[in-house]
Write a protein that binds this ligand. Structure first.
Ligand code: UN1
Length: 510
């Protein structure tokens, strides 16, 4: 396959890079990667050893000593070139992301576009690492704060966004003066290797030390745990399930490291009687079945006013009936495969549990077989009538299941249902009633990190801060002021006078 060649992906690949060099360990087992789109073998990756990890981290620490003193706008210039290089590789990398992960080609390309966008954002940010100037209560004193680089920043990324979420972290960390260690999901390591190759070109062209961007592909139980426990890594950004994030948070906090946690969502769309259904329906369907329901922002619950419930249900069934399921590289298809057969198992088990709890599957739910579905990873997206209290509705099942929930009375009731889960990532309301909008966006409204009006729950732009509350973990990545999380804040007070007045008016004469 041409795109693999263009990206430097071979039949056998190494999984550990110090930036310019791949460590050639072959003793830690090989990950064999099959495409969920057609079940075909793509290539393998040798996992890195604990000794390799040490080498890589040493390189990243060495590079930090250099990088932290490079002026931030010059760091931005390197990120600018990374953005240009990603533009050159957009098609092959987008294709690999789609082929390895199973998302549609458009979404694979969209993911690379997010990488390009965050590079552009980070370039601008590199000239704006602003702190405040404060007024001192003492004469001839000046106070200000400034942001300093932190050190090595580790990003542990999930399979569903094999490259983009890493770039949100890594590009900001880079302009902030940090160096990067990336542990991607072992389900999609080839996209990470391809990205590493692209970045390495820019680092080399600029004669920069290796270690600015490093990669370790290995087991969670060994390499993952080493990263969490390693005092030399001040910040770890984790995208994954709430279970994984809770463990990471506890381990890293114990050593007073910092985390950015982007964990499970249980995102809802509210449709009030004043919703514009022509706009709302495509938003719901894209949110629920896009990426086969495997975004953390996927729409999982639809909360509909009882006065429009029958109508909404009917048009949903019609829309789902028209969905084309198949090879995501064929742009005529709307829904691709799940990542693997385990995910298919989770999908069917969730629907079984739903039925036991009293819910009804009104559409889909089947595992597809036959021509085009040989990988065994394709399912027909499901719609189910349910109650928000069901245990299964309270959980995030990473699959295309949309729970239809009914509310009556005013919008406060819908908001209570929406907020009545443990997760708090993304949310949206469809209405043309400004009172409903304002209530939804107020302090008594949505409790999520992302709250949208008349757009769906997924597909956030990189310019906004991305993340959520409650069991979603509280972290923020990407735009707005997220960059501050990749730096340490220092308050400086300078006395330029000849006296030593103490704060709070304290007198201490000796
Ligand atoms: C994720 O699923 O981890 O908002 C990230 C979105 C994408 C990012 C999702 N821009 O749907």
């Amino acid at each position: 396959m041409e795109f693999l060649k263009q990206l430097g992906i071979k039949e056998k690949n190494f999984g550990c890079s110090t930036g310019q060099n791949w460590l050639e360990t072959t003793t830690e087992g090989e990950l064999k990667i099959y495409s969920p789109t057609n079940g075909k073998y793509i290539g393998s990756v040798y996992q890195c050893s604990e000794a390799d990890y040490e080498k890589v981290l040493d390189t990243a620490i060495e590079a930090f000593k250099y990088w932290r003193m490079v002026p931030a706008p010059n760091r931005g210039e390197v990120v600018r070139q990374i953005g240009l290089k990603l533009r050159e590789y957009k098609r092959p990398l987008g294709t690999l992301v789609s082929y390895e992960m199973g998302k549609s080609l458009q979404e694979g390309m969209g993911e690379v576009q997010e990488m390009i966008d965050i590079c552009d954002f980070a370039v601008g940010q590199s000239r704006q690492l602003y702190g405040h100037m404060m007024v001192s209560e003492r004469p001839m004193h000046r106070m200000y704060d400034q942001y300093h680089p932190l050190g090595v920043v580790a990003t542990i990324s999930a399979f569903n966004f094999p490259v983009a979420v890493w770039s949100w972290n890594a590009m900001l960390a880079a302009i902030c003066g940090d160096t990067n260690l990336w542990k991607p999901s072992s389900k999609v390591p080839l996209s990470a290797i391809a990205t590493q190759n692209i970045i390495a070109e820019v680092v080399k062209e600029n004669n920069l030390p290796e270690g600015l961007f490093t990669l370790v592909i290995g087991r969670g139980a060994t390499i993952g745990e080493k990263i969490l426990n390693d005092k030399r890594i001040p910040l770890i950004s984790v995208t994954g399930s709430t279970r994984v994030g809770r463990h990471a948070g506890e381990v890293v906090q114990r050593r007073f490291g910092r985390t950015i946690l982007e964990l499970g969502g249980n995102n809802a769309i509210i449709m009030t009687p004043e919703a514009d259904l022509k706009m709302a329906m495509p938003a719901v369907v894209f949110g629920a079945v896009g990426t086969a329901g495997q975004r953390c922002t996927s729409t999982r619950r639809l909360i509909v006013h009882d006065s429009i419930y029958a109508k909404v249900k009917e048009s949903l069934l019609k829309a789902y009936g028209g969905l084309k399921i198949g090879d995501p590289l064929d742009e005529n298809n709307h829904v691709g495969p799940l990542i693997d057969k385990n995910a298919v198992g989770d999908f069917t088990k969730a629907l079984e549990r739903l039925k036991v709890e009293g819910g009804t599957v009104i559409y889909g739910g089947e595992v597809l077989s036959g021509e085009g579905y040989e990988s065994g990873c394709y399912v027909r997206p499901a719609i189910a009538e349910a109650d928000n209290k069901y245990e299964i509705v309270q959980e995030e099942t990473f699959a295309p299941i949309l729970y239809l929930l009914k509310y009556s009375g005013n919008v406060s009731n819908a908001i209570a249902i929406q907020n009545g889960v443990e997760q708090g990532l993304s949310s949206s309301i469809f209405t043309n009633n400004m009172r409903e909008v304002e209530e939804y966006l107020s302090a008594v409204g949505s409790d999520c990190g992302i709250a949208n009006v008349n757009i769906g729950t997924s597909g956030a732009e990189i310019g906004g801060a991305f993340g959520g509350e409650k069991e979603t973990g509280g972290g923020r990545e990407s735009g707005s002021e997220s960059w501050k999380l990749y730096m340490r804040l220092q308050t400086n007070t300078i006395n330029w006078g000849t006296q030593l007045p103490l704060a709070q008016g304290i007198k201490f004469d000796i």
